[in-house]
Design a protein around this ligand. Structure first.
Ligand SMILES: [Zn+2]
Length: 309
């Protein structure tokens, strides 16, 4: 069993990334790859970020424009069509997913959920132009014979983060929730609402789709990937709950710190997190890539959520 270094400890090498987490290689000369999702829908990725192109008879709908490769999006589009970008859909407001929108040029119709529009107004970032079409719960984008169904399922990762479904292609895109083959990014991918995040993973499992686009990592997701993440979530929740119940406050605390409640709490929570990490390691350390990188963050986020949410 691989060992997981204590948090903050510098180590020489993290646990190897399993083959199941890897995707097709990127041509370094291009810096991106295009994956045909069928029916005029394409994944564009640099194997770290993911966005989509939907081609219809008069143009192209771009779903997210990560600045990591937005300068290459016109080249990616030219591989499949000479038609112009007419629409951009924002999955959510975060700069790392849509900060390349302005650089695409033109004056596309930009569609986003109401909360995303509010966050973008506050950000006042010229690289993330304000949406021209907003919606609260559902919006169906029909362009030519192509359809994208946009829907809002409440806060999890951040307010305004939407589900984007291509019914003809049976592709569901939900960004920053599921990381196929990988441990979620730290603290459940910075979920602003952890119970909401857990609920969205379960909701994704109940929906009809064949291919999941998660917005990150080197490949698309399967139903087995979502089931694995849901199982991991339940295991973290159980491990943190058990750790909270089994850990006594104050044990090992320097008596000279007895009048410092924050020090006492730090001592307590560190022991809770260690208990949680040790519980998860045998089952998960080689099953999800990056387990040892972020498991501490997941345990800290989980114990906090269980105590106060
Ligand atoms: Zn995000």
């Amino acid at each position: 069993m691989p060992t997981v270094a204590a948090i903050g400890e510098r180590i020489g090498k993290y646990i190897d990334v399993p083959a199941s987490a890897k995707g097709p290689a990127i041509d370094p000369a291009k810096g991106y790859r295009l994956q045909d999702l069928g029916g005029g829908l394409y994944l564009v990725t640099d194997n770290a970020y993911q966005s989509m192109l939907l081609v219809y008879d008069e143009g192209v709908v771009v779903v997210d424009a990560p600045p990591a490769y937005s300068a290459r999006l016109p080249q990616a589009i030219a591989e499949v069509t000479a038609k112009p970008i007419t629409h951009v859909v924002y999955s959510h407001s975060h700069i790392d997913h849509i900060g390349g929108t302005k650089a695409l040029g033109g004056r596309p119709v930009i569609i986003a959920q109401d909360e995303t529009a509010q966050l973008l107004k506050r950000a006042a970032d010229p690289n993330r132009p304000l949406p021209t079409v907003t919606f609260a719960d559902r919006y169906t984008l029909r362009v030519g014979t192509q359809v994208l169904e946009l829907s809002y399922h409440g806060n999890a990762h951040e307010p305004g983060n939407i589900f984007i479904y291509a019914p003809a292609q049976r592709v569901l895109m939900v960004v920053d929730i599921i990381f196929p083959g990988w441990m979620p990014w730290r603290r459940f991918a910075l979920a602003q609402d952890i119970p909401g995040y857990f609920a969205q993973v379960e909701e994704i499992r109940t929906l009809e789709w064949d291919t999941l686009v998660g917005g990150h990592v080197a490949r698309t997701g399967t139903r087995a990937d979502v089931a694995a993440q849901a199982e991991f979530n339940q295991d973290v929740k159980q491990a943190a709950a058990t750790a909270l119940a089994a850990t006594k406050p104050g044990v090992g605390l320097n008596p000279l710190d007895a009048a410092n409640p924050w020090a006492a709490f730090d001592n307590y929570i560190d022991r809770v997190a260690a208990h949680c990490v040790n519980t998860l390691t045998p089952k998960w350390s080689t099953r999800l890539a990056g387990f040892d990188v972020y498991v501490w963050d997941q345990c800290y986020a989980m114990e906090q959520s269980l105590r106060i949410e």
